[in-house]
Write a protein that binds this ligand. Sequence first.
Ligand code: DHB
Ligand code: MG
Length: 229
Amino acid sequence: MRVPDYPSVDSKKWSDVDGYFSRLLAPEDDLLKLALDENAKAGMPAHDVSASQGKMLALFIAMTGASRVLEIGTLGGYSTIWVARALPEGGRLTTIEANERHAAVARSNIERAGLFDRVDLHVGAALDVLPNIEREIDTPFDLIFIDADKPNNPNYLEWSLKLSRPGTVIIADNVVRGGAVADPDSEDANVRGVRAFLSMVAKNPRLDATAIQTVGEKGWDGFALIRVK
Ligand code: DHB
Ligand code: MG
């Protein structure tokens, strides 16, 4: 019998390790926990980033010195809280949520966390709202987090390029989707959106990128990390 040189899939262990890491390195305070409780009460899908991923976003902001951040896909504001807390003095986070009910919960979560003074929450489909944001901003974004409807990822990449400068970091969530991303014949609109997005990234000479698959309490997924040259 061939003995595998890797452990069998054990999603309970993925969650245990995530819990261990986040308790040590990315502990959630009551405001973050309450945000997740409120999201669940409102019947939202648990598509928030994990605590460790929230901390990763916060570290990217600190490491790049980003002070103007764009988030496409607020959901209930859990990642928004991690990001807004990581901003330097005077920093601002622009975040867009298409679903009005989700946006209302997000607003209350962000307000309760005392962060609404540094967050601009736009309610509406991102493709409708982004032209207004383009008119409003006077400096490009330093960091952009794409975490919304995946079929529109190619459009969000185009908008990110319009709203960025050399050195802007773009992070896209959910580029693995339980491994489905590797299937070129997938008919899943989310997978197709992610694949079209990644091939645009690969072809664009202005961009440099990698993608990292992850396991954890959110299952098997991953993120793309992109830098505008
Ligand atoms: C989905 C979307 C997300 O942003 C996420 O983190 C997980 C899943 C989804 O649409 O299936
Ligand atoms: Mg996501």
